[in-house]
Design a protein around this ligand. Structure first.
Ligand code: MRU
Length: 361
């Protein structure tokens, strides 16, 4: 890996620092989180985003709340309020709820609340790094097999949104197999969907692929079908915010259309995920996954750097035109070729998931 940063880290004073992802790729700005409300705001404002990173930030948010409780002598209700505030920060990525439940369980067992919260949040971060590395180990053979079939010609991978290291801590989910393939000298080229409305592809995936020296080309969101029809995509890999027991996949809005185009063109469509993104409590993704609806201004305005060097929002429609801003869509399991997890690749089905994770029976 040619970057020397993580997306979230701790300071000697036990404050938390994150990269302000709203400023990328133009500026690398670090934001300090000193209170649980800072962590909550970082998630809501999408200073941090991506399912695993949302979970890690919420976990540190609980640590910060415990510290505030002790230092300021708050009542126990303060901690309950912190948990419910963080729980309401974003609805779709299940890692948020997973991380908060894990922090709650650690506190329930603890004598020393502060140390327990600190250790558990750090553990969540370290485990995510190892999990993402392993997703790469298991995803790599998919890329190697295509490279072998193509006699070493570049493997063209299409991705949507950012499921890279910036959505996690290190490695990323979809990028882990890609970075490991590149490290092994395999020629890889990534088609990067810009991912309107917030442009996580253009702003974040393109940024981290550049940092890692991975060849890539930015395309507008509607280009994927055309590329697939013309044999210019060998493999689609996307991330996910929540994957159900039957293998339905919620991911950034527009993912479903890529899956349909991949199916029509017989192109493998894989989803890379840590098991922390599985929601085994629900089956039917279409009916049961809450889909975040965000501010219409994210659709009506595009934020970018002007030629004069100023980062500013630009209105792209009549000011009075209403806009709908659904953050995610659900790709039914039948369109998914497989799930790439830290324990291997499985079919997107209950049977497939349980074959790797029998503890979820
Ligand atoms: O709205 P975002 O930027 O948080 O959405 C992120 C995604 O949809 C990612 O693909 C997903 O969280 C996986 S991140 C490894």
């Amino acid at each position: 890996m040619s970057t020397n940063f993580r997306t979230i880290w701790t300071t000697p004073e036990r404050d938390i620092e994150v990269i302000d992802q709203r400023q990328l790729p133009h500026e690398f700005v670090v934001v300090k989180l000193k209170t649980y409300k800072d962590a909550d705001l970082a998630i809501r404002s999408m200073t941090v985003r991506g399912a695993p990173l949302i979970g890690a930030t919420a976990a540190y948010g609980v640590f910060l709340a415990v510290r505030e409780l002790i230092e300021k002598g708050h009542e126990g209700a303060f901690l309950d309020e912190a948990f419910s505030t963080l729980r309401a920060s974003r609805p779709t990525a299940v890692n948020l709820f997973w991380a908060l439940d894990r922090m709650q369980a650690a506190l329930d067992e603890a004598d020393d609340f502060l140390e327990a919260a600190w250790n558990e949040a750090n553990l969540i971060v370290e485990q995510d790094i190892e999990t993402c590395r392993l997703i790469g180990v298991h995803g790599l053979p998919l890329i190697e097999a295509i490279a072998a079939q193509k006699n070493g010609a570049p493997v063209n991978i299409l991705t949507h949104c950012n499921a890279g290291m910036l959505g996690c801590i290190e490695w990323g989910t979809i990028t882990s197999p890609i970075y490991q393939a590149v490290q092994k000298g395999i020629e890889v080229h990534v088609w990067v969907d810009e991912t309107r409305p917030r442009n996580q592809g253009a702003n974040l995936t393109a940024y981290e692929l550049t940092k890692h020296g991975v060849k890539h080309t930015l395309v507008v969101d509607n280009t994927g079908g055309h590329l697939m029809q013309h044999g210019m995509v060998d493999l689609v890999i996307v991330g996910t915010d929540r994957t159900t027991r039957q293998g339905d996949v919620a991911n950034k809005i527009g993912t479903y259309l890529k899956a349909l185009a991949a199916k029509d063109n017989n192109i493998p469509f894989y989803v890379a995920l840590p098991s922390t993104t599985l929601d085994m409590e629900i089956n039917d993704g279409l009916r049961e996954i809450p889909i975040e609806e965000r501010d219409e201004n994210e659709v009506k305005y595009v934020i970018g750097k002007s030629k004069a060097g100023k980062i500013e929002p630009v209105l792209i429609c009549p000011e009075t035109t209403p806009a709908a801003n659904y953050g995610f869509d659900v790709t039914p399991a039948r369109l998914v070729s497989g799930l790439i997890t830290e324990r291997g690749i499985c079919e997107a089905s209950e049977k497939g998931i349980l074959s790797l994770f029998p503890e979820f029976k």
